[in-house]
Design a protein around this ligand. Structure first.
Ligand code: ADP
Ligand code: MG
Length: 362
């Protein structure tokens, strides 16, 4: 990749107030498309990102931002997109959205408005794929460091194991389904989302405490590239311990696992963006271990940090921005490596100059 900045984009999306929210004072101001400002009695923070989406921005605006990286999977690059934020801040809205399950993809009726990144990515990839391209997909959940196939009836889904061979890391026994059309894909996806809902009720709002991951494999029958992969991750809520929890309760175990995997994700992004290729702590969580081949290397990574506009959530909002900031800092630091390349360019220019002079002497 020519430039480290391309490796990682960090965006923040602010959810609008919902009708169910208490009327509240504005603590978030979006100064421009890169700058967000938080101001309540205790904090004043201004921070910049690749992009800041205001509460008015549409699902289409968000897709416009991510689509160039998504379309590059058709050329053999991997792309990984994360939605990171507290429960209720808009991660699922951003990644899945609504209105895609009964939308008529053949007639392209209106109603596309609320569709999130996954259904838009699917339609765009099918529309733009040349004849040699074919797709596979899977959908799974990581809950408490256990992996579950969401394309299976939850009653039958057992925790799956991660395996590794010479070529890849994979989930043993995970359904990887061939999809021939948008409709194929959407119907599998909606089956998976239903299974997720069943799991959620079974285990007390589990989905906010689990990562849901959709992977879309792009294969070329011409062998133009080894398969590439689009990974879209609706991460577990990043809220912190509630002091009232009993420290030995199952809830605390869940939270520890979530915090561990989210902080490992942060450390992996950090290590990679600093140009490290050894000592990247992929193995410290299931999430990063699995995404090892889709973080770094030929992968474009986009982090979308979602935040609530509500004053009562300001602490978690600030923590979310700190996570995004760490990733962003890395971006600028990585960019500062550029003098090295300039130096080598300078050396070349000097050498060329010297050759010219020597030639003129001949
Ligand atoms: P999370 O997945 O982070 O827990 P959700 O995506 O489920 O949060 O969002 C919580 C609620 O807020 C949902 O009812 C969702 O429709 C709504 N919501 C989230 N983001 C937006 C947005 N940008 N515009 C309109 N509604 C939103
Ligand atoms: Mg959600």
């Amino acid at each position: 990749m020519d430039n480290q900045e391309e490796f990682l984009k960090v965006a923040v999306r602010v959810r609008p107030f919902l009708t169910s929210n208490n009327p509240q004072r504005q603590i978030i101001r979006i100064e421009n498309e890169n700058t967000i400002h938080i101001d309540d009695s205790e904090h004043t923070i201004t921070s910049q990102y690749t992009k800041v989406f205001s509460p008015d921005s549409s699902q289409e605006d968000v897709f416009t931002f991510v689509s160039p990286s998504i379309l590059q999977t058709l050329e053999g690059y991997n792309t990984t997109i994360f939605a990171y934020g507290q429960t209720g801040s808009g991660k699922t809205h951003t990644i899945f959205g609504t209105g895609w399950e009964d939308y008529n993809y053949e007639e392209k009726l209106p109603g596309v408005l609320n569709q999130g990144i996954i259904p838009r990515a699917i339609t765009n990839l099918f529309y733009n794929a040349k004849e040699d391209i074919f797709f596979n997909m899977n959908l799974f959940q990581i809950y408490n460091e256990h992996l579950y196939d969401l394309l299976l009836d939850p009653a039958r889904a057992k925790p799956l194991r991660i395996r590794e061979n010479k070529n890849e890391i994979f989930i043993e026994g995970l359904n990887e389904r061939a999809v021939k059309s948008i409709e194929d894909c959407i119907s599998l996806l909606s089956e998976g989302v239903k299974n997720r809902a069943v799991r959620q009720t079974k285990l007390n709002n589990q989905s906010s405490r689990s990562h849901s991951i959709f992977q879309f494999y792009v294969n070329s029958s011409k062998g133009n590239f080894k398969k590439s992969k689009l990974s879209l991750c609706d991460l577990a809520g990043c809220e912190r311990y509630d002091r009232e929890y009993d420290m030995n309760s199952p809830q605390v175990k869940e939270l520890k696992n979530i915090n561990k995997s989210l902080s490992t994700l942060g450390m992996v992004i950090h290590a990679l963006a600093n140009g490290k290729r050894e000592h990247v702590p992929y193995r410290d969580s299931k999430l990063t271990r699995l995404l090892q081949d889709s973080l770094g290397g030929n992968t474009k990574t986009i982090l979308i940090a979602t935040v609530s506009p509500q004053a009562e959530h300001v602490d978690t909002t600030i923590n979310t921005l700190i996570f995004a900031d760490r990733a962003k800092e890395i971006m600028t630091r990585a960019k500062r490596n550029e003098p090295d390349t300039q130096n080598s360019n300078e050396i070349i220019l000097n050498l060329q100059e010297e050759i010219k002079q020597l030639k003129s002497l001949l």
